[in-house]
Design a protein around this ligand. Structure first.
Ligand code: MLT
Ligand code: ZN
Length: 463
């Protein structure tokens, strides 16, 4: 419960209608997509300007009130969960285009802008915002930056980090800081902008972002290929990426395909059933590039890596093929999946796949395991579906043990326990498999420098 005196001060900052205290609002704003924690914030505040954000942070420092920054709440690691009476600061109202600069090809937007609206804005200017993922219709730019969101085009365009050329933030001490100011080149010491990218709300609140836009992409084609052996997906990737400039190389298992087809009513890509499918996309300026892709496909068939395949003949066919991959995450929610979001270097992927597959088969003989992910980036999503008979707690306890085994395997392969979803509450116990004790200490020191009173998203990333 917020004391009356703080309620009055918050109302003085944002106005009465922008402080939400009703149970329904607390529930809605206090969680992300995870289901392990209950929302229990003390209130939700909706500032409309950077100055209001600053006043809220200053007040929180005076009253020792913890803040959870909230974007579109599409996160998968509990990074935006307010379970311990924190104040949620939601930037939904700060969603405007602030400045578009055609010469720089950059746009400054409020952190509450929906990712899909930024993509749309870029398209209207004849440009392109290339960070894309299934939740782009509801995730917000600030949340994308705070988690350094990846998605389906990282192989060509990189992660969110690559596209952020400026940030306006309020740090945990309540200072407004402008970071990098849209510059393409700026060698003036530590680049604090990059500390905020991926900081998961632990250093401060991202209020505005200047985003570099790309040139509009060329026409693209999508291929789906049927592959029988897990490790051979990597052979197919090596073959295609050697000769083609791929804009995506994704994969999913037959079980993932079955679920999506059953629950979304999509058509299968072809009749041959294989254990795995790779979905790849490439942009082309001439028919020769498509011919080259077909020759690579033939080569993979001859090698016995690929059993069957299809290439899109139209934009709508390309979109339908993409749905087979993009709709997996949403389809699986009904099974309350235990999600893993792991990565290793591509060159180590084939060996890692063999070991992780073996481990999972031994440890989860009775569970339904769904594989998919961005294999072109070395990023696997391993989803374990909750059997109906197990309670959420029983299920979670079983999965936690295997996460430890996977963590150890990742340490051996020098991989990451979180390739793109972030650490949040869900993975902080496994962070040490990817980060050394010295790194952890340095991260804690950095947090202290930005957030001396430890009010920003406490308990996320590390304790
Ligand atoms: C995806 O690749 O579909 C997203 O990261 C979401 C998920 O892993 O469920
Ligand atoms: Zn993903």
């Amino acid at each position: 419960m917020l004391p009356q005196r703080i309620i009055e001060q918050l109302i003085a900052i944002v106005g009465e209608s922008r402080l939400l205290l009703e149970a329904d609002d607390l529930k809605r704003f206090g969680v992300d997509r995870t289901t392990l924690w209950q929302a229990a914030p003390c209130g939700v505040v909706l500032p409309g300007t950077v100055e209001e954000v600053q006043s809220i942070v200053r007040l929180a420092n005076q009253c020792n009130l913890a803040i959870v920054p909230s974007g579109g709440r599409t996160g998968l690691s509990g990074g935006a969960v307010a379970k311990d009476g924190e104040l949620v600061v939601a930037l939904d109202r700060m969603n405007q285009v602030i400045e578009f600069n055609p010469m720089d090809r950059s746009v400054t937007v409020g952190a509450g802008m929906i990712t899909g609206q930024l993509q749309q804005f870029a398209e209207e200017q004849g440009l392109f915002y290339p960070v894309d993922f299934a939740s782009s219709g509801s995730s917000q730019v600030g949340g994308n930056i705070a988690t350094n969101a990846g998605g389906i085009k990282v192989i060509k365009y990189g992660m969110t980090r690559n596209w952020v050329v400026g940030l306006k933030v309020v740090n945990g001490a309540g200072d407004v800081i402008e970071l990098n100011k849209g510059l393409a080149k700026n060698n003036t010491g530590y680049d604090l902008r990059h500390l905020f990218i991926g900081s998961e709300g632990t250093l401060g609140l991202i209020c505005e972002a200047t985003i570099q836009l790309a040139r509009a992409p060329l026409e693209s084609s999508v291929m789906v290929l049927g592959i029988e052996n897990f490790a051979e997906i990597v052979d197919v990737l090596a073959c295609f990426s050697h000769d083609l400039d791929l804009s995506a190389f994704e994969f999913f298992s037959q079980l993932a395909l079955e679920k999506v087809v059953a629950h979304r009513g999509h058509a299968v890509p072809f009749q041959t059933e294989t254990a795995f499918y790779a979905l790849l996309e490439f942009e082309h300026s001439s028919p020769e590039i498509v011919d080259k892709a077909m020759a690579l496909f033939e080569h993979c068939l001859d090698k016995g890596w690929v059993m069957d395949g299809v290439i899109s003949q139209s934009l709508s066919q390309a979109k339908n093929l993409w749905k087979l991959r993009e709709d997996i995450s949403e389809t699986l929610w009904q099974w309350q999946p235990y999600k893993n979001d792991i990565s290793v270097r591509i060159s180590r992927m084939a060996d890692f796949l063999g070991e992780v597959d073996q481990l999972v088969m031994e440890q989860y003989p009775d569970f339904e395991i769904i594989w998919y992910g961005h294999i072109g980036d070395g990023n696997l999503h391993l989803n374990i579906l909750k059997p109906e008979l197990l309670s959420v707690d029983q299920f979670h306890n079983k999965c936690v043990n295997v996460s430890t085994d996977i963590g150890q395997l990742l340490a051996k392969y020098e991989g990451s326990v979180s390739a793109e979803h972030g650490v949040g509450l869900l993975k902080k116990d496994y962070l040490h498999y990817s980060r050394s004790a010295v790194e952890m200490d340095m991260m804690r020191s950095i947090k202290r420098a930005f957030d001396p009173n430890h009010i920003m998203n406490p308990g996320k990333l590390f304790d």
